[in-house]
Design a protein around this ligand. Sequence first.
Ligand code: ATP
Ligand code: MG
Length: 771
Amino acid sequence: MERDAILLAVGLNEKDIFNLTKNEALTTKFLRTITEVNIPLENKSSEFNYSCGPLILKLIQSIPDNLADNRLIIAKYIAQGKLKTGVQVEEAIKYAKKIGTTPLPIQDFEVECGVGADVNEEKVTELVNGQISSNKLSYYTIGKANVGKLVGTLRNEIKLLKFADGNIIKQVVEKAFQALSEELKDTPVEEAPKKVEKVAVVKTATTTEKVATQPQKKTYNFDARFLETAVNPPELLEQHKNQTGGKIMTRFPPEPNGFLHIGHAKAMNLSFGYAMSEGGCTYLRYDDTNPEKEEKIYFDSIREMMEWMGFKPFKITYTSDYMDQMYDFAVQLIKEGKAYVDFSSKKEIHDQRENKIESKYRNTTPEENLKRFEQMKMGIYDEGAAVLRVKIDMSSDNYNMRDFVAYRIKYVAHPHQGNKWCIYPTYDFSHCIVDSLENITHSLCTLEFENRRDSYYWLLATLKLYRPHVYEFSRLNITTALLSKRKVLKLVKEKIIRSWDDPRVLTLAGLRRRGYTPEGIKSFCDDIGVTRVENLIPIERLEQSLRTDLDERVNRVFAVLEPLKVVLTNYDANKVEHVEAKNHPKLAERGSRQLPLSRVLYIESSDFREVDSEDYYGLAPNKSVGLRYAPCNIHCEKVIKDENGKIVELHCTADFDKKEKPKTYIHWLSQSAPGVDPMKAEVRLYEKLFTCDDLDEVGDEWLNYINPNSEIIKPNAFVDPYFQDAKNRAVYEKYQFERVGFFVVDQDTTNDQLVFNRSVTLKVDNKFKSK
Ligand code: ATP
Ligand code: MG
């Protein structure tokens, strides 16, 4: 076939062909790809998509040659009509770039690009209704303000929707919103109970604390994929009930290889929250079977942050506490011919499992396996030389059922067990056994474990152990934020952030330092709800929850971040008067404080402009502004500059008659006596740490998306005399700096140096607002 005939046959139009053939190299590459995908051009086959040309062209223009193997796989998917739309191909490209040169993991790849995902009207309805029902009130509030925004929010939150037709999404959301309005029409949106707990406000020294009163009961739905192996025989159920007294038992099982983050808060809120609402118990279980990554400081900080969140475990346990029992179970499996020692290498085992090939060690006799396992335990083999594998089903469609590894050798001191063991069980082996031994009724975990249900129940059924109910829910992902311990560790090591508790990362320690409260975090977790739909929550929603939480909780004070000196030329040089400022404009019971006012005061440099304009309400030459709480307005008479032309001082007159009504009232701080400036402070302004919304999508390139302005330091700020009182400067005390934002006292504060972190601005910053 001639070149142009081939190009036409795969759906390029004349204009495409004209443009393409101007680039000889690209044309050659395109034609080669068309040959390689084996699309029969002469005798057309219904198994191919003959309009695939434009998508294949898009693909080869976007994926570099070093990824040619994966590029070809994607091209085949396009030619075979399995990737049909531009969005799917874009997702495929993103995924391939993320995976790099390693072979595409086909199953994940297909999920990511929506292969076979027929997101028709029915499916869209199911997804939308499912998400809305996770928190009806919140979605109703969004939709009531603007239905278009509700469409956008849901599109953002439900990943699969990107493969659906935009018009269908719009129609379905509008219909769902109508139904929701009907259902909630009598619920007043503002006053509706948002939180699980009813809160009462009580006052402490400086910050107001919200204290839980009667907890309200929430409904939970833990339906998950049914498996016959999950059904408990009556005698086991009986025994379990005798041991628990019929109580609900959950567990929170962090691996002590890093600090807890907001995703863990979601998991804790669910496991502790559910057990608490049922009068049950929750274990904190350190899942500590990877000694090389685990450290004491992680154990300690997990406990500290869990306690800070207000979650009280019924018991603290360690997976490694059960090492003797697990060893006995392994021996039992070997004796029953259901586990074997495998000397294949890690890669060989991976390939065997990938390609459903049995290991040559699979049929070793139990006697021999017992001996070898004992030798593994005695330290006869090198690390990596031998593993114990369970013998399930190498032909299973479920990867995890293909003889997962149960034990591996590690010659590393264990932070809890010392040098007692050199073989350690894997997650797949230990998790279900310990859940069962602890009589967990509801084992709640994230969705990446869904495909492990089968092996979880296989092992318990084989060992004739009690089987907990497993329910998987979606992981929390937040735009512009990282929730991976490994990646946060990298940021710390590369000194991109100050430490694990840097106010820019969403570790719980970081959130505390940023000014979040446990109640605020829990209320955010309740607000986003628990679903099985993968979603990405806009960080603005978290920030909004912080504003809402802090608004009533904290007092308001003055701070001038970039001071500009103002001399009141008509004010007596020795006079100091005191003006009363309210600590909270709406809550009179918070009282007030006295602010000195004298001849010299400081205003925010951004509240002055040398060149005035109509839409500008601040101070300018020959213009007036009001001073919040003060008995006078100020009128700018003269601008004083240094030799470089920088404005250093303003000369103003104080107008006590307030003849002119100013358009705006600004914040200010004045010298408390001639020559005595206000208190100084360092103020750290925080912005999003990354400039890209979905960090998962950029794969290994994530470090290229650091926001260089994520921390801006104002070293010479002046703050309110309120901070002269030491208790008001205590670490984690929170404030609103009037007109500026919410701030919290940082732990770097010393007797000589006050340090504040900005928790959040007063309004959403459009510059960073996600689309
Ligand atoms: P990371 O990927 O951040 O290292 P992890 O999944 O390895 O997290 P674990 O310490 O094993 O973290 O997790 C403890 C519990 O918290 C698990 O039940 C896990 O499913 C849950 N969890 C972890 N991350 C999230 C998240 N982003 N959203 C919800 N739950 C989470
Ligand atoms: Mg983990």
